[in-house]
Design a binder for this molecule. Structure first.
Ligand code: NAD
Length: 318
């Protein structure tokens, strides 16, 4: 990775991976792009930034050529809950944008990373220790675009030799940028509310297990997979990766160790609950561990301690 173009760079993952890549590979070697350009934003100010709507393949190609990109980290997408509310737009952005990104990668011979998701699984997938290679019949527009995306990335590797790589991210928890409308967002919201109000109403039901990961492990995974020896990769796209599996009450218990008066109630959102119910309880990430040495550092307790410390500073809470 020498000249890296990031799409969707202002989102939950993009805002952090762009800064990490700039620190590692040099600020001028990471071209940040998004559909919007906020004032006074670290990503916008700290290196090259361009407006790129990923559904506009021509502009996408022009910007990638202008900077002589050799790597594309493609993150622009609509997340699960938003995609269910706007399925047509989700198809256009998630599939149209991915197709454009892969075409640019093919033409310019770029290496390519894009994330799939635990949303690529569905109700007929085995729920516990979900295998790497298994049944994928999701019933959400997000899931449909994620499975299709995995297949399209495999196709571009096999048919055109594009160096495509990817992971199935679980729910990601972070404190810098708010999540963009996913089913696992409760596991971020809860930390804000615990500090601000000492109480939180979870939109996901008690007992609903989903895989999760703290953002530093997700960022390390992107870099590690992109730096991995290709001869060791049997799967390439859509590696299962996870750091922990928990239900809402477990985060509440972890928070109570630091904020004993914290109280959790439930105000379940039927749309996001239905999505959560169709996803695995826990996934098996043996292939990622064996093929490129994936090894997360944070469990629920370590993450909770760090999230509360960092958020206290961000929210200026004494
Ligand atoms: P996000 O919603 O936080 O950010 C997406 C970014 O894409 C936003 O900055 C938005 O402005 C931009 N965008 C939207 N439409 C665009 C367009 N047409 N052209 C260019 N940019 C556009 O998303 P995220 O959480 O950072 O997710 C990034 C990727 O990771 C997505 O593919 C998502 O499916 C995947 N993923 C995320 C999670 C998670 O928990 N965050 C979990 C699994 C997979």
């Amino acid at each position: 990775m020498k000249k890296i173009l990031v799409t969707g760079c202002l989102g939950q993952i993009g805002s952090e991976i762009t800064m990490k890549l700039r620190n590692t590979y040099g600020a001028d070697n990471v071209i940040a792009t998004d559909i919007r350009k906020p004032e006074n934003n670290d990503v916008v100010k700290s290196g090259p930034f361009e407006i790129v709507d990923v559904t506009d393949g021509k502009k996408f190609g022009e910007i990638a050529s202008k900077y002589k990109a050799d790597t594309i980290i493609h993150l622009a997408a609509l997340l699960s809950a938003v995609a269910e509310a706007k399925p047509v737009l989700a198809w256009n952005i998630n599939m149209g944008g991915l197709f454009n990104a892969l075409e640019v990668a093919r033409e310019l011979k770029c290496s390519f990373f894009t994330p799939s998701s635990i949303g690529a699984f569905g109700p007929s997938t085995p729920k516990d220790k979900t295998p790497q290679d298994t049944i994928q019949r999701p019933q959400t527009m997000y899931g449909v675009t994620k499975v299709s995306g995995e297949l399209l990335c495999d196709y571009y590797f096999k048919r055109f030799g594009v160096d495509t790589r990817g992971v199935r991210f679980p729910g990601l928890i972070s404190y810098k940028t708010l999540p963009g409308g996913g089913t696992t967002d409760y596991a971020v919201d809860i930390y804000y509310k615990a500090l601000q109000d000492k109480k939180y109403a979870s939109f996901i039901k008690k007992g609903t297990y989903m895989d999760m990961m703290y953002i530093p492990d997700a960022l390390d995974a992107i870099v590690k997979l992109m730096e991995a020896d290709p001869s060791k990769l049997k799967h390439r796209n859509a590696f299962n990766i996870t750091a922990m599996s928990f239900a809402p009450e477990h985060v509440a218990d972890a928070i109570k160790k630091y904020i004993p008066e914290f109280e959790m109630t439930y105000d379940v959102d039927p749309v996001r609950q239905a999505i959560a119910d169709s996803w695995p309880n826990s996934i098996d990430d043996t292939a990622a561990r064996e093929e490129w040495g994936f090894k997360p550092k944070y469990d629920l307790d370590l993450m909770t301690k760090d999230m509360l410390e960092k958020l206290k500073v961000k929210l200026n809470i004494k």
